[in-house]
Design a binder for this molecule. Structure first.
Ligand code: PBG
Length: 341
């Protein structure tokens, strides 16, 4: 049938491989388990929780099936569940009422704002779980940007001052880790100084060291209600997603300013960055598997196009392989349950 006469293989496979056969170790489940290099455990998980006002409220987020905005009382219940599952920490993100938003995001300086109320309630009920709070203005600004907006410009230094003051309030409410996600220059050092001056030497800083300008944050903006507000994009402060060396410079800067942990965000499209940072700095390194990554897996699974549970596990193990010490993921409770068996 074949009109070409194919050249015969002249060497045996053993001659080609020098008798090395990598499939030997793959032949059975027990041998695969024996040589498995990376493992995902519940200790690797950080669970991001969305907060909303009110009581006994659990609101669906259309683009994030299975993820809900929770009133503080229900967020406490979920934190209790997280602790029972062995999840080390939760990270909170507030949907702030429109009436509380302004150009400067001043509600972030309210010691009784939604983030701080939730922190106090979770700390009181579940003191054994770590609480990570977001030190960015975007949930609080009327324009959805992460900084103070003046004449079309995100004003760096004033934003830093405000974020540092907010960090002190978050620490006072009981936050264990301040995680500024705004990418302003100098924020890590300013937050460290402010925390230390207020006596919060033991509160850590997880720097969103390399946060890229990305399309994968889409569903998050629905979750915290900023999608209709945001004008323009965040390219003047997040890193250009074409860049890799810049991620090294940014991380080096944040570490020199006092960051205790570093994060790469988004996650899966940036595994190369995670590996570079881990190799370069050997610091506790985290990835944020963001809302769009979650949405993609869930949407494909709901269509029957992929096995959602397997894709979830594979994506999380990929972070470990790339060098992560942990992952912020909306899948956290589900994974923790699966890992429990
Ligand atoms: C902004 C912030 C973002 C996320 C968390 N905090 C991105 C943005 O709105 O630009 C994204 C989280 C996600 O997509 O899951 N400070």
């Amino acid at each position: 049938m074949n009109k070409f006469s194919l050249p015969r293989q002249t060497r045996t496979v053993d001659e080609i491989t020098g008798s090395r056969r990598l499939r030997r170790m793959r032949k059975a489940d027990w041998s695969r388990r024996l040589v498995q290099e990376n493992h995902l455990t519940v200790d690797d998980l950080i669970w991001p929780l969305f907060l909303t006002d009110g009581e006994n409220r659990r609101e669906e987020i259309a683009a994030m099936p299975g993820v809900f905005r929770l009133s503080v009382d229900l967020a406490v219940k979920e934190a209790e569940r997280a602790a029972r599952l062995g999840i080390p920490a939760v990270a909170t993100f507030p949907q702030v009422d429109l009436s509380l938003k302004d150009d400067a995001g001043s509600e972030i300086l309210n010691s009784d704002n939604l983030i701080n109320r939730a922190t106090r309630a979770i700390k009181a009920a579940v003191p054994e779980i770590g609480i990570i709070t977001d030190g960015a203005l975007d949930p609080f600004t009327s324009h959805g940007h992460d900084g103070i907006l003046r004449d079309g410009i995100i004003v760096n230094d004033e934003t830093v001052e405000q974020v540092a003051a907010a960090a002190v309030l978050q620490a006072a409410a009981g936050s264990d880790i301040i995680a500024p996600s705004d990418m302003m220059d100098g924020r890590i050092g300013a937050i460290r100084d402010a925390l230390d001056a207020a006596g919060f030497q033991d509160v850590a800083i997880m720097s969103y060291a390399t946060k890229f300008a990305s399309a994968f944050y889409g569903p998050y903006r629905e979750a915290i209600g900023t999608q209709g507000l945001l004008k323009g994009d965040k390219k003047t402060y997040y890193i250009d997603h074409a860049n890799s060396d810049e991620a090294i410079r940014e991380t080096e800067q944040d570490l020199s300013e006092g960051a205790d942990m570093i994060m790469v965000k988004p996650g899966l499209p940036y595994l190369d960055i995670i590996r570079r940072l881990k190799d370069e700095f050997q610091m506790p390194t985290f990835a944020y598997q963001v809302s769009g990554e979650y949405a993609m897996i869930m949407a494909a699974a709901q269509n029957g196009w992929i096995d959602g549970d397997k894709a979830m596990m594979e994506s999380l193990l990929a972070f470990k392989r790339a060098g992560c010490d942990g992952i912020l993921t909306y899948f956290a409770p589900k994974v923790a349950e699966m890992l429990k068996g």
